[in-house]
Design a protein around this ligand. Structure first.
Ligand code: ADP
Ligand code: MG
Length: 729
């Protein structure tokens, strides 16, 4: 068995790039060095163990106990060679972050020495003492612990001397307590349905994979300034702050160069990402000052989700070394663009066909169209469900704020594809087609262009856009664990594909030829989902009116939007597709509402404290300066002159008094409302109270403070201002 000890390459790249200059090492030389890749598995595992893991990855089979012991021993050997001393199951609990509990490999042996131990049992299953992780009431105290179980489809990796084993997290009754379990089930559902439909056209397809590429947006802020802003520290966003005289008006950031300090941060986190096998590919400035984006090359969705979570962790850590903080909040600054995470999603067969890439032959294009219309119909039928998968307190500030799609779900197709669907709708009449008509239609379908310029330079206001060979779900927030929207999308599409096939089968049973049956169902799907297609400006008010006319829902209240996940329609979809039980959905809703409450509670507390302890004392101090000034003028000047000379100061003194009084009153009212809300036992009613009675105070108090910021002496102001936070020099 070969030994891959720390190489010179590894040492070179782990040094600080600024100190030693960027390493003259090719990325390909160290990409994935910290991952237990297939190649590493081949090296460290027996053939039997290797085959068994490959089967688990490719076919979802179970790895039996004996083999898992062999895998564990190989994995341990590899990890120890990489310098690991500990191991952990690495999983995605419903808190939104990832969780890990490290255990050391060593165990005391009988002769008072220690040995390194890690067997199949520990690889396959662990019980994290995670009773404080959210379960939505599904873990009663008598079964207080859920357990984590190895997910062989995402490779183990070493980080910080710890072997991390990607895992699912479930209760003892088997209910999912994490994001990964339902994602894996949705992948199975869409694979099953997609393969069946593909087999109409090509019997060789045995598996359909989901591809995902996430474009991650984020803000950077100087560490020292961040630490001087308790609101940023505790809530990830600024709860006050007058807008900077200059922010994004000139769009000079978007088109500008990446500041040195920032590019060296990017370079370093990319290196860390590469070591973990995350294929980060693009980086650029975003619209707002200090806002950036990075995107990896798309990967299989389960891996892509793990990688996105891991990437966010790495970015936070590396930022520290550059005296930055990374903000993943959807809207850290008022009146400045927020951050999203566009999810580029597609389905790809094991024969190498991207099912959303048009333009090969009539046959492949019929396949393409079948999938294409199924997605559109899915978005239409389940618009509320899709929305429920992406709403949150943070994303609420962003959606519809004239910079991000509104809470209305619609699909952008581009001129070309709209024309094609419109034409199909008229040409497929529902009556039996003549052989000539059929041939002609097929020939025309074969001519769908491969590249649609309209879609590459697409309408950027749409929440869900066809981008030439994939769909881009753009309403997703930057801090979201994208397993949630991906689970929803996969499941919805699985259901539509199943329905598509059922309808075709029915027509075939009624004596209609296969090709014609497929055309007819494509047409039915086009007709049924027409209302969700919109290529215009999604930010405009006209669209809101038009969407209402079309009967599309526009639920911008987070709590209402969330509740769609337990609608009868959602329950039957998820149960039928075997992704969630009704019980799991209710638990999930409860957790999301609880998260909403707690976040709002923290924001309200922080704002209250800052108002009373930071803002008001400062304001009074400055008011005293003004009062002293006025007193002096009064001593020096006669009445007539004094009135003129002291007018501005007197006005400021009055304005300060009245605004300060408003802050005080509103903070007290907010505290009262919070007290009332806190004693409400029902979590949904409590949330409603927080949303309707507590939340409005956040804006009202801020409004007064932001005005005070413009009056008070800059030297006295206790918090860094927007103009400082937003510009890195
Ligand atoms: P843009 O900013 O134009 O949307 P980016 O290059 O920033 O483009 O991001 C596009 C993302 O879409 C990348 O992660 C890319 O790998 C991904 N992508 C490209 N093709 C596919 C596909 N067929 N399926 C899923 N994702 C894809
Ligand atoms: Mg991009």
């Amino acid at each position: 068995m070969g030994k891959l000890r720390f190489s010179a390459v590894e040492n070179a790249i782990s040094r600080h790039p600024q100190e030693v200059g960027f390493p003259a090492v090719k990325t390909s030389e160290y990409f994935g060095v910290n991952v237990f890749t297939k190649r590493k598995m081949q090296e460290y595992l027996s053939q039997e163990a290797f085959n068994s893991v490959m089967d688990a990855i490719e076919r979802g089979t179970k790895v039996d106990r004996k083999v898992s012991n062999q895998v564990a021993s190989g994995m341990k050997a590899w990890a120890i060679d990489k310098g690991a001393t500990h191991y952990t199951h690495w999983f995605h609990p419903l808190t939104g972050a990832t969780a890990e509990k490290h255990d050391a490999f060593f165990e005391p042996a009988s002769d008072a020495s220690v040995i390194e131990n890690f067997d199949g049992g520990k690889l396959v299953q662990q019980e994290p003492d995670a009773s404080s992780l959210p379960s939505g009431g599904m873990r009663n105290t008598f079964e207080a612990r859920g357990y984590t179980a190895w997910d062989p489809s995402s490779p183990a990796f070493v980080m910080d001397s710890t072997l991390c084993i990607p895992s699912v997290y479930v209760s003892f009754k088997g209910d999912s307590l994490d994001y990964k379990t339902p994602l894996l089930k949705s992948i199975e559902a869409v694979d099953r349905a997609a393969v069946e439909l593909c087999n109409y056209f090509d019997k060789n397809v045995t598996r359909v994979n989901v591809g995902l590429g996430c474009e991650q947006e984020y803000f950077l802020v100087d560490d020292a300034l961040f630490n001087a802003r308790p609101d940023l520290k505790l809530t990830d966003r600024t709860l006050m702050g007058h807008s900077s005289a200059k922010d994004q008006q000139l769009a000079d950031h978007y088109f500008g160069y990446i500041p040195m300090r920032v590019s060296s941060f990017m370079r370093e986190f990319e290196i860390e990402a590469y070591k973990l096998g995350i294929p980060v590919k693009t980086r650029h400035n975003e619209v707002a000052p200090n806002q950036y984006e990075c995107a990896p090359v798309f990967e299989e969705v389960n891996l892509a989700v793990d990688h996105n979570q891991l990437l966010m962790t790495i970015m936070k850590r590396v930022a520290k070394r550059h005296n930055f903080k990374v903000l993943f909040h959807e809207k850290p600054y008022k009146e400045v663009n927020g951050s999203g995470k566009h999810c580029n999603w597609s389905l790809i067969t094991d024969t190498g066909v991207n099912l959303f890439a048009p333009g090969k032959t009539p046959k492949t294009n019929m396949l393409f169209l079948s999938f294409f219309v199924s997605v559109i119909k899915g978005v239409y039928e389940y618009q509320d469900l899709l929305r429920s998968s992406i709403v949150s307190l943070g994303n609420e500030h962003r959606l519809g704020a004239a910079e991000a799609p509104p809470a209305i779900m619609s699909v952008f197709l581009g001129e070309e594809m709209n024309k094609i669907l419109d034409e199909l709708e008229t040409r497929v009449s529902g009556k039996k087609m003549s052989p000539d008509e059929k041939t002609e239609l097929k020939l025309d379908v074969g001519k769908i262009p491969e590249i649609m310029p309209d879609n590459t330079d697409r309408n950027r206001t749409s929440p869900f856009a066809f981008t030439g060979n994939r769909f881009e779900f753009r309403a997703v927030g930057s801090s979201t664990n994208v397993a949630s929207p991906m689970t929803a999308l996969n499941t919805i599409v699985a259901s539509e594909l199943t329905e598509f096939r059922k309808e075709v089968d029915k027509l075939i049973e009624g004596g209609i030829k296969k090709d014609e049956a497929i055309f007819q169902v494509i047409k039915n799907f086009i007709v049924a989902s027409k209302k969700v297609r919109f290529d215009g400006n999604n930010y405009s008010d006209e669209w809101k009116k038009e969407a209402a006319k079309r009967g599309l829902t526009n639920i911008d209240d987070v709590l209402d939007a969330l509740s769609a996940m337990v609608s009868d329609k959602a329950k039957s979809l998820y149960e039928e597709m075997k992704v969630f039980s009704a019980r799991e959905l209710h638990a999930r809703l409860e957790i999301d509402i609880e998260k909403y409450n707690k976040k709002l509670q923290i924001e309200a507390r922080v704002l209250g404290d800052l108002s009373i302890n930071h803002i008001l004392p400062t304001v009074y101090k400055y008011q005293n300066v003004l009062i002293e000034n006025v007193k002096g003028l009064k001593e020096l000047f006669a009445e007539n002159d004094f009135d003129k000379l002291a007018a501005t100061q007197l006005a400021s003194i009055k304005e300060i008094s009245s605004r300060a009084a408003m802050v005080n009153i509103k903070v007290n009212n907010m505290i009262d409302e919070r007290r009332k809300a806190n004693v409400i036992p029902e979590i949904d009613k409590k949330a409603r109270m927080y949303a309707d009675r507590v939340k409005p105070y956040l804006d009202e108090i801020r409004y007064q403070i932001d005005h005070l910021e413009m009056i008070v002496d800059d030297e006295l102001w206790p918090l860094p201002k927007y103009r400082e936070l937003l510009f890195i020099r």
